[in-house]
Design a protein around this ligand. Structure first.
Ligand SMILES: NC(=O)c1ccc[n+]([C@@H]2O[C@H](COP(=O)([O-])OP(=O)(O)OC[C@H]3O[C@@H](n4cnc5c(N)ncnc54)[C@H](O)[C@@H]3O)[C@@H](O)[C@H]2O)c1
Length: 363
């Protein structure tokens, strides 16, 4: 079995240290996932900051360290590069753009450059781009070079969401009618996950139109530029007739409501509840309760290992990766369309967006 060599750009939390923070399931950082997988090894690390390179070296015993990513690719020829910089390229704790002309888009710039350099497989942190113009550039470069591509929308690679999706696609709740995401969330950092997961859970039908609003409701977008990552809510219309809503309250949960029942992923994926329509019969015939139905759950596996191994499997077999560029591009477009709808007073906005220039800063 071939082992694939991974170069990591950005040796902070996601690249190296996030396992220290108490999240589950582990391993979570790219480096820890590489150590846990028989298919992967850490080839090299790259960071602008020397102290990050030193910490990475002492944690993982890696000597191949670079300040400049093109040098890393030239010297090490990694099979996979993981882009784990902040999206804007600014160092934390930056929370907004320094001025109205700032359009830093590190994930997109690196993804395009790495595809052009011929790296065969890419993991790119989310959101992959801060504007549709930049998302188009990634799609074009990745398509041109046949780069196998996934992004860090990790519920797509989480087996606890996988069994909920299997149930939906098997018809356990009948024909899906509505989908709901619960939690107050920022648009580009949070809702890129929520829109991706809703789409994934119902089988990735195309999103045809979007409406939404940014909080505060009277926020005015100027010069195609949102200098911070705004809290937002949305409604999505899918091509198969399913409608989806975000509810800005409660913890992170997802629900798919069908003609014959409902399934809800609970407590940020920790459990799931399936309820099915039960006709009460007798003189209450025709009235239905939704009764809790046993649902076999799973032991969680590392989402990052699954995501990186999905890249390898797609590369070896020629099948499409689960978070392939067409899907990542489409979900990014739906996310940015929420802000576009806000700009148009909450009107429904059809995809693809006519305007590609709206930039939304995010971490
Ligand atoms: N998918 C997830 O579950 C998940 C979890 C955590 C973070 N993230 C995402 O990962 C990204 C990084 O977040 P983080 O918390 O790890 O940030 P961080 O600040 O801890 O690390 C980012 C590192 O990137 C380095 N860097 C920036 N630009 C660079 C460049 N051009 N070349 C080399 N190094 C560069 C910085 O010096 C820094 O050390 C963010 O987009 C964040 O949203 C995703």
């Amino acid at each position: 079995m071939k082992t694939y060599r991974v170069g990591i750009i950005g040796l902070g939390r996601m690249g190296s240290t996030i396992d220290d923070e108490g999240h589950t399931p582990l391993p979570y950082s790219i480096a820890a996932a590489c150590r846990a997988s028989e298919r992967l090894e850490i080839a090299a690390g790259c960071d602008l900051r020397p102290e990050r390179r030193e910490d990475f070296s002492s944690r993982w015993g890696v000597r191949a360290l670079y300040e400049e990513f093109t040098e890393m690719v030239r010297e090490e020829s990694p099979d996979i590069v993981a882009v784990c910089t902040t999206a804007s390229g600014l160092q934390k704790p930056a929370r907004e753009a320094p001025d109205a002309s700032f359009r830093g888009d590190s994930h997109a710039e690196l993804a395009v450059a790495l595809a052009e350099l011929g790296v065969p497989m890419l993991y790119v942190e989310k959101a992959m781009a801060s504007s549709m113009a930049a998302a188009d550039d990634i799609r074009d470069a990745v398509s041109r070079h046949g780069t196998v591509f996934n992004t860090g929308v990790l519920r797509r690679f989480d087996n606890r969401y996988g069994v909920v999706r299997d149930a939906v696609l098997r018809g356990d709740v009948g024909e899906p009618r509505a989908a709901v995401h619960y939690a107050r969330s920022s648009l580009m950092h949070g809702h890129i996950h929520s829109i991706d997961t809703l789409s994934w859970l119902i089988g990735d039908p195309a999103i045809t139109s979007v409406r939404g609003e940014i909080d505060p409701r009277d926020y005015v977008i100027e010069n195609d530029h949102i200098p911070y990552d705004p809290t937002a809510t949305y409604e999505l219309a899918f091509e198969n007739g399913v409608r989806a809503w975000s509810i800005p309250a409660a913890g992170w949960e997802y629900e798919i409501i069908g003609a014959e029942g409902t399934i809800r992923s609970l407590n940020n994926g920790a459990a799931a509840s399936l309820r099915k329509v039960h006709d009460q019969g007798g003189d209450r015939k025709g009235r239905s309760n939704w009764d809790e139905t046993p649902f076999e759950f799973v032991t969680p596996r590392s989402t990052v290992v699954s995501c990186l191994e999905d890249l390898v499997d797609a590369y070896e077999t020629g099948r499409k990766s689960l978070g392939r560029i067409e899907i990542a591009h489409h979900i990014t477009e739906a996310c940015i369309a929420v802000a576009e709808s806000h700009r148009r007073g909450g009107a429904w906005v059809d995809l693809p967006l006519a305007s590609r220039d709206l930039y939304i800063w995010h971490v």
